[in-house]
Design a protein around this ligand. Sequence first.
Ligand code: LMR
Length: 394
Amino acid sequence: MFEALKEQPKDKILALVQMYKEDPRTDKIDLGVGVYKDATGATPIMRAVKAAEKQLWEVEQSKSYTALSGDPAFGDAMRDMLLADSVSAENVAAVATPGGTGAVRQAFDLVQMANKDARIFVSDPTWPNHLSILKHMALPTVMYRYFDAETRGVNFEGMIEDLGALKAGDVVLLHGCCHNPTGANLNMTQWQAVIDLMLEKGAIPMIDIAYQGFGDGLEEDAQATRLVASSMPETIIAASCSKNFGIYRERTGLLMTVCNDPSKKALNQGTLNYLNRQNYSFPPDHGARLVTMVLTDPTLKADWKAELEEVRTGMLALRTQLAGELQRLSGSDRFGFLAEHRGMFSRVGATPEQVEKLRVDHSVYMVGDSRMNIAGLNAQTVPILADAIIKAGV
Ligand code: LMR
């Protein structure tokens, strides 16, 4: 049987991690995988998470199963963080999932189960694994224009034009904040226009939100998700706790449905529970429990928010510094977009050859589409990167 297997395409982001590891150069700069790093290059365990872990070790009495949905307290805490009071709890069903990717996969399962004719509209570009999972599941996928290669901002006209092809029941995959890989985001007026279009077409939004708190602030980054959830009859939300709680390996995520008809809550919840049972039975609990503890204990929450804010403002400072260095070296404002982008990533706009040159000649690792992880920089490496970008001819 196994002889029938074909070699699968390598994930570009994960392949880059391996290449970076194998590079013996000591001055190498890792701007690849989306993992936060502090100025020393470490990915720390956040203070509040560490404190919660210590408490949990003391108080946890059992490792028995929780529930198919995961601990409902996790769903409640996450609903509060993501949606605040934009929708009533009566309209929301939620399950814990293994990471944000688990939630995305489960969301596609849900779409397939509910409407096998639904097409998934995906931004061009998007996180490569979105496309990989959609292909693996053989779900019909339509790309909509999103990024303007010239301005490095959103090509909003193109996006609206392409979303004009939506039919009732189609799903629009949207990044809640901090678009991955571009760093270019819709403003609230543009979000409203997308909502109006989806309402007109009878399309269903699916929001992937993995970087809440990394862009403009914890509340600010949820604004679009809240507007969508409170405006649309049905919304699917896949959320990750990997980045904003720094618990990547704990695999902590949440899949949520919001439906303006509360009589559907039990059916939606039952369906999400069923999907968990089919795919992996009970979702992982440890990370979800830590998140719940942090979000429900005022002291832990305040400390977590303060640290998250340090992370966010640190990345913004690096963006400003990089844009400034590049302005100085290039004598132009053409890299100003770096300070405008939000989140961990920016697509700098280098060609694949220039990305290769950056890696070979300057030991700078970024994803082939020229996505760079801003958190891979520090105040000392920013000028080195700026110089390399100019020398590579970007
Ligand atoms: C990324 O985009 O680099 C992260 O979300 C990590 C991943 O799993 O791809």
